[in-house]
Design a binder for this molecule. Sequence first.
Ligand SMILES: NC(=O)c1ccc[n+]([C@@H]2O[C@H](COP(=O)([O-])OP(=O)(O)OC[C@H]3O[C@@H](n4cnc5c(N)ncnc54)[C@H](O)[C@@H]3O)[C@@H](O)[C@H]2O)c1
Ligand SMILES: [Zn+2]
Ligand SMILES: [Zn+2]
Length: 433
Amino acid sequence: MSIPPSGTQRAVRWYPPAYDIRVETVPIPQILEPDDAIVMIKLAGLCGSDLHIYRGHEDVDADLTCGHELIGEVVALGASFHPGATDRPELYSTLRVGDKVVSPFTVSCGECHFCRIGFTCRCIHSTLFGIPKLPGGQAQYTRIPKAGGTLFSLSALAAQGKVDATSVSDSSLLLLADILPTGIFAALQALQHPKILPVLTGRAYPTSGFIPDSAISGQGATTLQRADRVLTIAVVGLGPVGVCATVSLLDMLATIGVQQGLEYNVVAIDPNESRRRKVEAVYAAIDTTSKGSGSFTVASIDEGKQMVQKNSNGAGANAVLEVVGNNSALKLAYELVRPFGLISSVGVHQEPPIPFTGREVYDKNVSFDFGRCPVRAMFPLALEILLKRQDVFGAVGEEASLVEKIVGFDEAKESYELFDKGECGKVLFNPWL
Ligand SMILES: NC(=O)c1ccc[n+]([C@@H]2O[C@H](COP(=O)([O-])OP(=O)(O)OC[C@H]3O[C@@H](n4cnc5c(N)ncnc54)[C@H](O)[C@@H]3O)[C@@H](O)[C@H]2O)c1
Ligand SMILES: [Zn+2]
Ligand SMILES: [Zn+2]
């Protein structure tokens, strides 16, 4: 076991009930459990999920250290980390002090049933960073519980030649902690959904997916007409996570379009004009092979409704990705989706109740997928898209860059205020500025 620095550090802290951000001096965290690591933070993200707490919507009644997106360097490891720990997740035997790591925004042990099957965000030990119980990443040091299961080692990836540490910036790699995997998750939940299968495979339901062998024999699959194989997808919400969802969706559709010969169109919707301009710049920056030949429209809410109707001949969207986290967005998603469509929602929802009646859901045969992204499991996919899309995820502050700026903690309060109002894009904190 190694010992982290002692003494105090600076951290961004939130006080109830709402909108109260302070930069304070707090103790440097220490190893509490053998599976812990202490990480010195290089960069920490400000995220739409921080805003739910900031606005007082999460029913949190104690002060906390903010943030759940972090990249940094290991400065101390608990007693579980040693070369003989080969019966546990790999990092328990390989992680070293000095290694560069990214942490997903929740703890996952890598050993329970949920972790083993890839639903890592529902690990039986799952805890979110940035709550009173587990101080977050907007600090100079953070304690990572179950660190051998939770962390990604970028040093290990660099050693395997998978990441060129000199060409990929920390501000880019930080996006692996949450928003890029979450954007991919939003798109994948839609494209892997059985309700999309008829359009993807060209076979009518129910022969588009699994059916018992006995039922297939003799029945034959009904082949769809070309007009039935036009896929319409709406993205609702174009904040940083919405940008990640849009880029990932286009990337996947480009591949599916070529492989499966289907036509598709995407309508990306946000009421905030600057968010729409960002997505237009991002789309313009992506090469054709990565965005495919489908149509892509960026729209306000009213324009978006019209475009979805027009593109789908009045049927509605096959799938809606909801990347906002409020009831107005859920209502819009319901309005946009067609009968037998699906809503893939990654927005974190606070307002009870969900704005649909049982009858409305019944009347459209809607499928819903809600919830947290299993970031740890999404990491290989996310890394691939991150490296491929350095035109969007690489630089800081350019027209098509997802990350708008990197600031010190002195600008934390103002950054929360601006981000809350949608007056800036993705902001990262460098705790040492
Ligand atoms: N499921 C997960 O694991 C996960 C992970 C990360 C973030 N999130 C959530 O994703 C959401 C988005 O995060 P972000 O960082 O992009 O936040 P953000 O607040 O910057 O973006 C939200 C966007 O939605 C837009 N919007 C508001 N109402 C709308 C409506 N009715 N229709 C269309 N657009 C609307 C806003 O203008 C804004 O651009 C948040 O709820 C966040 O908590 C979830
Ligand atoms: Zn986040
Ligand atoms: Zn687990």
